[in-house]
Design a protein around this ligand. Structure first.
Ligand SMILES: *[C@@H]1O[C@H](CO)[C@@H](O)[C@H](O)[C@H]1NC(C)=O
Length: 296
């Protein structure tokens, strides 16, 4: 593999395994040992975000470097603090996240344009909702221009999401609550998810994935809907499962592009399931050697 395969634009990697209840350096380093290779670290990726000129920012940078993530396009700004997202996890393993976007909102379309060569060389561009919509849209547009596949994970959901972002998504991926925010439809069952997916397809996405936690995911295109089941487990902490799913899917799109979508989703669900069996977000991601080799 030569060029960069995945450009991942900015990031919920704020959510740094803080749910164990500490914000101090010790807690964080104890849940994220230096040699942890986050699952997404198995493919070369380019990270695009801004951090503040503060200790959180320094920690992020170090963590990315330790995980062999290319940080060429990680900007350090003095104008805002590094984004953070304190997370509370309840007894059922469900989470509540408060996002303080901070420095990521300082990213401009111009910053993204400067990375055009990187985007052109990628197999997949993954975006999500924690940088400014204008920067996200610029990335998706550039990807389209260069015929690079786009995977938009609209998390966190914003009811007033720019329609052009949906139109520029080859795959538009949300969980059930995000689908509700975006479509104003109730999304509890698989049938509900199919209806919400229809609504999102009508808004211009080429395909839609709605993840349903323990119920797997629904994948929808103009041709119809397909459901992928997930293995039943008792979750410890569901935080980060969506990111594990999206990261795994991006890996399959980049490295196994000829796999049937059904198989990619089946495998991505397995990776996400593995991530809910351990506490934390990045810290809960299994490393490559902790996952069955048939996933690769
Ligand atoms: C969906 O993702 C959001 C983050 O955007 C998270 O706060 C929420 O708990 C998730 N919903 C479910 C049902 O997992």
């Amino acid at each position: 593999m030569t060029a960069l395969h995945t450009a991942l634009l900015a990031l919920s990697w704020f959510d740094y395994g803080m749910c164990e209840g500490g914000f101090g350096e010790e807690e964080r380093s104890s849940v994220l040992p230096r040699d942890t290779l986050d699952w997404r670290g198995i493919f070369r990726r380019q990270l695009f975000l801004q951090v503040g000129d503060d200790s959180f920012g320094q920690n992020y940078l170090q963590n990315f470097k330790d995980n062999k993530v290319d940080t060429t396009f990680v900007g350090v700004t003095k104008e805002a603090a590094t984004g953070v997202a304190p997370i509370v996890v309840d007894d059922a393993g469900e989470n509540c996240i408060i996002i303080v976007a901070g420095a990521n909102l300082k990213m401009t379309p111009g910053d993204v344009e400067r990375a055009e060569a990187m985007i052109r060389g990628a197999s997949v561009v993954v975006c999500q909702g924690e940088i400014t919509p204008a920067a996200t849209l610029t990335a998706l547009r550039l990807a389209r221009t260069h015929k690079v596949k786009t995977l938009m994970n609209a998390a966190p959901a914003d009811a007033s999401l720019d329609a052009a972002i949906i139109e520029h998504s080859d795959i538009f991926c949300v969980n059930e609550s995000e689908a509700e925010v975006l479509t104003k439809l109730k999304v509890k069952t698989r049938e509900d998810a199919e209806q919400a997916a229809e609504a999102l397809l009508q808004r211009g996405s080429r395909s839609v994935i709605i993840t349903l936690g323990g119920d797997g995911a629904v994948y929808s295109t103009a041709e119809g809907h397909a459901h992928t089941a997930a293995q039943k487990v008792t979750p410890v902490d569901t935080t980060g499962a969506g990111d594990a799913f999206v990261g795994a899917l991006a890996y399959y799109l980049a490295y196994h592009p000829r796999l049937a979508m059904k198989e990619m989703l089946h495998r991505a669900c397995q990776v996400a399931t593995a991530s809910v069996l351990a506490p934390g977000t990045q810290a809960s991601y299994p490393t490559r050697d902790q996952l069955p080799s048939h996933l690769f």
